[in-house]
Design a protein. Structure first.
Length: 136
């Protein structure tokens, strides 16, 4: 897992320059998970966001769908993406936490242990705890 430059800069500024910690995404009730066909790198590039037919980001309610323990954040519940509803050949290799349902900023990302080869009828699904973002 890696934080993007956007998240690192916000954390650095808030940690060392502010007397009150108020990260840009802290007041939001939700974050979103996006799927990618390549690493977004620390620049947070969204050019490789999945685009299979019927794809949409998945909303995570911070109060019920995210678990934090020490330096690890993970999905509390099974996370289900939309099923592809037409032919596609995309291969999903990465997942990322984003601060908006569309566009927005990638906060952190990870490489999947096993790539997902998309095809008509395939639904990317992640069991509870499978999306694990570790801050090191």
């Amino acid at each position: 897992m890696s934080y993007t430059n956007y998240a690192e800069n916000a954390l650095q500024t808030q940690s060392w320059k502010s007397t009150t910690l108020t990260l840009p995404w802290a007041a939001q009730a939700n974050l979103w998970v996006m799927l990618l066909t390549a690493s977004p790198t620390e620049t947070g590039s969204q050019t490789a966001e999945a685009a299979y037919p019927n794809y949409a980001r998945v909303q995570l309610a911070k109060s019920t769908d995210i678990t934090v323990s020490g330096n690890v954040m993970s999905n509390t519940n099974q996370t289900n993406f939309n099923q592809a509803n037409a032919a596609t050949t995309e291969v999903i290799t990465h997942a990322a936490l984003v601060d908006a349902a569309t566009s927005g900023n990638i906060l952190a990302y990870l490489a999947l242990n096993d790539a997902i080869t998309m095809a008509n009828g395939v639904r990317p699904t992640f069991d509870a705890g499978a999306l694990t973002f570790t801050q090191d």
